[in-house]
Design a protein around this ligand. Structure first.
Ligand SMILES: [Zn+2]
Length: 202
């Protein structure tokens, strides 16, 4: 591996999306479990579980960071978590947002890129839409967590997420960048963003 290539691979793991996806997945899970948006304390617990250190909390705001990312949480409704590279580079920033859409009769969890001019489509392909009464998931978001493999960092999704993704007919679209995926068995690679995707059974 050339040094330049290596740097490029390492920089992927600094990408805000590597925190946004597992966070959106966990927030979705909690909404389904409890039937409400997570409280400020729940989000702080989640961020700590995802390996971030708490720097500040109070006055309607929490600030967390790890070596590469900064997360700013604005609890309440909507619940907003802004994730920024600690370099301060805003063009890579993403926002995880969760709200109760009363007109739709659902809770919605989605990931929005700060720079939506460059980005086509949704990160995760679809927002999570959770029926406010039955707490059933009504959409097919492709959220997961990232693991380091021998080919670099890849998104790991469970079998249930994969089934929903397949039914939505968008298996060829990268849930991270919207690029075109190349599948080999239960693994895919995105030539555009460089991430791999792996399906694991629960
Ligand atoms: Zn991609």
């Amino acid at each position: 591996m050339e040094p330049g290539e290596r740097m490029e691979r390492i920089s992927y793991s600094y990408d805000p999306v590597t925190l946004a996806m597992p966070l959106a997945e966990e927030i979705t899970r909690r909404v389904i479990e409890k039937g409400t948006l997570p409280e400020a304390d729940d989000v702080r617990d989640l961020l700590r579980e995802l390996g971030l250190e708490e720097l500040y909390t109070g006055k309607g705001l929490a600030l967390h960071r790890n070596r590469h990312l900064v997360a700013l949480t604005f609890p309440g409704e909507p619940l907003i978590v802004d994730i920024i590279p600690s370099s301060g580079e805003l063009s890579d920033a993403v926002e995880v947002i969760a709200y109760h859409d009363r007109e739709l009769g659902a809770f919605v969890v989605e990931i929005l890129p700060a720079n939506d001019l460059e980005y086509e489509g949704n990160i995760g392909l679809e927002p999570a839409i959770i029926d406010e009464k039955t707490l059933e998931l009504k959409s097919s978001p492709v959220f997961g967590h990232f693991e380091e493999g021998k080919d670099g960092l890849h998104l790991v999704i469970d079998g249930k997420t994969y089934e929903g993704w397949k039914e939505s007919g968008k298996l060829n679209v990268c849930p991270i960048c919207g690029g075109e995926l190349v599948w080999r068995g239960k693994e895919a690679l995105c030539p555009e963003c460089g991430y791999g995707i792996r399906v694991v059974k629960e």
